[in-house]
Design a protein around this ligand. Sequence first.
Ligand SMILES: Cc1cc2nc3c(=O)[nH]c(=O)nc-3n(C[C@H](O)[C@H](O)[C@H](O)COP(=O)(O)OP(=O)(O)OC[C@H]3O[C@@H](n4cnc5c(N)ncnc54)[C@H](O)[C@@H]3O)c2cc1C
Length: 417
Amino acid sequence: MSLTDTIIIGAGPYGLSLAAHLKAAGVAHQILGEPMGAWRHYMPPGMLLRSEAFASSLQAPRAGFTLEDYCRLKGLPYRPLGMALPLETFVQYGLWFQANLVGETQTADVLSLRRVGDEFQLSLSDGRTLAARKVVIALGLKGFAQTPPALQGLPARYASHSERYGNLDWARGMDIAIVGGGQSALGLSALLNELGARAHVLMRESHVIWHERPQGGRRLLSRIKTPDAGLGRGWRSLFLSECPGLFHMLDPARRRQIMDHSYGASGAWWLRDRVLGKVQLSHRTELRGAAIENERVVLRVLSDGKEASVSADHVIAATGFRTDMRQHAFLSKELADAISNQGGMPDLSAHYETRVSGLYVIGPASAHSFGPVMRFVYGTKHASPTVARHLTGSLKAGTRQRAWPAAHAPLPERSGE
Ligand SMILES: Cc1cc2nc3c(=O)[nH]c(=O)nc-3n(C[C@H](O)[C@H](O)[C@H](O)COP(=O)(O)OP(=O)(O)OC[C@H]3O[C@@H](n4cnc5c(N)ncnc54)[C@H](O)[C@@H]3O)c2cc1C
């Protein structure tokens, strides 16, 4: 079994960005997962990114590896604002970043992660076992999909969650109901409509909040009044985009309040014309129940206060995600309980370290500690250098020599900040 300083689980934008920093810092590491795997397999071809181009770069340890650099090199169009970045370009950019700054990843899945003595041990789907002094979990939204109770238990042929949509060709000619009123629901409805399915979006909201197309070349005064930021326009967005470290210092109740009231259901500017007048939208509509009748799924809904039913060939729950580390089947119960609060969210230090010393969480699962920016690629700007610095420092400081308690003893908690 090989022992390495650090293992990163996940090779999406967060894992790749951190690996690039560790490589530059000379920290021995391995990275597991398929590079940009979630973007390659679980997002529909033809999708456009919701984030603006300037906010869609992976975080490199040196200049020359932004999305803009990639587009310039490949002769692709690039505009920082108002560009509507194609999924395919973003995936190719991520793979180029990997090839230049990261190197090979190991595509095996992690099946289990345990603490044994002073190491972490990981068993992989290809039968190998690895050991590391530090482990970083960078698994994106995997395992966190939220499906309404009414749809749970329906056969997969009739119901699914928007978390796993690659190719949508199977839906051509079908009636597809979509539950949800956010970007996923609206984006899927546009793509389904354009390939010849009949999409019907059922949303609780009374109207869709459409983002305005951002304009470049604004006057200085306008830019001072409402600056452009990774998460959108305005000073609040600027704070949440650029200051995850300060967000982390807020009182937990204040953090929760900000999370609950930030960036709710809305649609990107480039979706508006592809949805309005083309896709059936039912507002103020709540799902109450579902059943299979005559090979169709029949949804019972309360629409504008009246009971109604909607029949479709398939229903997609575009109902979002909720972080719960206990959903990661590869984590031993001992580890999952040790790193999570009662709701299953990881409690993270200012360096993204969990309560178990040497185990870190980055990406969307860190959002309640560092703010909504962690749900987006832009959050790598803070996460990668912060974690890389801490790992490099603590490995140099010789924590590798620290004696861990025996495997059956309580897991070592990180010391105070
Ligand atoms: C439909 C949709 C659209 C989105 N659009 C945007 C957008 O426009 N802009 C934006 O900033 N964000 C967007 N997001 C959010 C985006 O998913 C996250 O910002 C980003 O992908 C998080 O990156 P990550 O590296 O944490 O995880 P991911 O990109 O999800 O990568 C997860 C990695 O983990 C690996 N993996 C999975 N299971 C295992 C295992 N058991 N063992 C080892 N490896 C494993 C995968 O192979 C993959 O490499 C979107 C999300 C969705 C669902």
